[in-house]
Design a protein around this ligand. Sequence first.
Ligand SMILES: Cc1cn([C@H]2C[C@H](O)[C@@H](COP(=O)(O)OP(=O)(O)O[C@H]3O[C@@H](C)[C@H](O)[C@@H](O)[C@H]3O)O2)c(=O)[nH]c1=O
Length: 386
Amino acid sequence: MNKAHWDIFCQVIDNYGDIGVCWRLARQLAAEYPVKVRLWVDELAALKQIWPETQLQSQQYLEQVEVCVWSENFPAEVKPADVVIEAFACELPTTYLAAMQVKAQPSVWLNLEYLSAEDWVEGCHKMLSMHPSTGMNKTFFFPGFTEKTGGILREKTLLEHRAAFQGDYSKQDAFFSQLGLDQVNQRTKETLLVSLFAYENTAVASLIHTWQQSKTPVMCLVPFGKILTSLNPLLNKPLEVGQAQQIGALTLIAIPFVSQQEYDHLLWACDLNFIRGEDSFVRAQWAAKPMVWHIYPQDEDYHMVKLNAFLAHYLAKTEPMLQSALSNLWQVWNQGGDVSEHWQTCLKLWPQWQRQSQSWCKQLSQQNDLSSQLFDFCQKRATEKG
Ligand SMILES: Cc1cn([C@H]2C[C@H](O)[C@@H](COP(=O)(O)OP(=O)(O)O[C@H]3O[C@@H](C)[C@H](O)[C@@H](O)[C@H]3O)O2)c(=O)[nH]c1=O
């Protein structure tokens, strides 16, 4: 069977979400579907951060994906693929676009959008748009949380792997040991193990203060990144990667930024995950553990609209007490306020919170995942054309 060629174009705007999503999609397509995937990325250093095997060279194969640097001098001889995905409305190279225009068998051209739980997404998913200068059509593909959207990324065996890891403490211990975190394995049974990945956030002061005074121990693992900028001024001595600090009931440990695969394991192993942006937010939902989302901040607080749109879905089937407790905690965390009281309320509802995280994950898993929806859509298009 001839494999269809897929090109994914990724422009790194900031952080790791753009490449995080594109790389995960590329890996899954290459591993699970009969397609040849080429990923064009303009900032290889961002890929290296989440996938350390990445070499800083213009072309390489990683995980059966051809990874190419997308530089300003885009090679004119590059032939357009059968399926072309521009991620997050990045602009395709002009020579590539010109080659698409004269291609005998037109490419399926898709714009993969950012994830949002807002209602309007359903109406715009799979909408066609004519490109002004070439007259070619591209289709908007919107990930989302409902049947009428493109779904979210979920590898075929993800939930099985997660369940196996979460059900086997020796696997979890081995994971922390291999990261040089034997200290985590020595925690007591009642310790709350937390991972903290967030943007700069003044709310962290109240969180740290509350955890310090907790009746039971809290161990907080902080992957190297922006939240340390807010955390470090609160400490007597700045936290460096590999270092731990004990303040009252709280042990803070700064850990290195790990690979995308290891990060999944971290989310699966922790009792509670603070996550941000898009990709870690999705992975935390598959971890089926309590989570607190720091959404990517936007102008005029538009992100709060998006946050509330997600909460409406996430908490729709949740009992009212937990609903308001989580909603308050998430909102105040995103507004940089004092989360102490809301944290205490959520903690009192801990077993319900855990159950809610599991049932949400189960509910989400009923939905078709993003890669399968993309693949089916392109197959259908190819048959229509053929
Ligand atoms: C903490 C950590 C994360 N990661 C990965 C998980 C994700 O793939 C990636 C982080 O991406 P996100 O969670 O999406 O958060 P982010 O803040 O890095 O990315 C954001 O970028 C902006 C440009 C977008 O507009 C946002 O929507 C969002 O995608 O890093 C690791 O591989 N190792 C780690 O140790």
